[in-house]
Design a protein around this ligand. Sequence first.
Ligand SMILES: O=C(O)CCC(=O)C(=O)O
Ligand SMILES: [Fe+2]
Length: 226
Amino acid sequence: MTTATRKAGSASPARHAAGKHVAERLAANPAIKRANTDAAQIYQHRDFLSGAQCAALIRMIDANRRPSTLLSGKPDTQFRTSESCDMDRWSPDVRPTDEAIAALLGIEPSHGETMQGQRYAPGQHFRAHHDYFHEAESYYAEVTQAGGQRTWTAMIYLNEVEEGGATWFPQAGIRVAPRRGLLLAWNNMNPDGSPNLATLHEGMPVVRGTKYIVTKWFRERNWLRD
Ligand SMILES: O=C(O)CCC(=O)C(=O)O
Ligand SMILES: [Fe+2]
């Protein structure tokens, strides 16, 4: 199966350019390892954050968590059972990490949505989904008004989980276990800038322990208004 056959929406020059630019930058970084698949562009960076930085973000998530929501407002409450926390991007505890992620990928910080923290207790999960917006969904026009389509996702595991909680890409055949400080990033688009079906992924249930991550989604254009 080639990536070219796995489209789920329109291509775009901006998405194509973002894919190429970021992939070239990551390929040139010796700290980055590409996952062993052609189905999607998936990358890892170990120890992207220090233990102290992870601990500070965990404290913030614990203090501000609320039930996670879904874009589509799906009535299925079992789809995403974790808790989330919107982080203040201008806070001195958040901004350096926020900007370091953007710099690693080579994307303007203004294309990034507000960083979110996620917390999964035993049994909690985020079922298989795409991070890009589906063109056929009723929410599409509204959510793409600021910034357009989502291009890259970056997430960082903030702690070790005793059992479970891996991030699984069933179609790309990649499974990543939580490890403190590990950054995982992927392009939600195909090289031509169309949504890549094979980026389907799932936050598998935590079995023992608690999983903490931060997630950052980037857009093809400015998401932040001046
Ligand atoms: O928890 C995970 O491993 C995946 C999280 C995720 O897919 C997301 O936040 O979009
Ligand atoms: Fe996701």
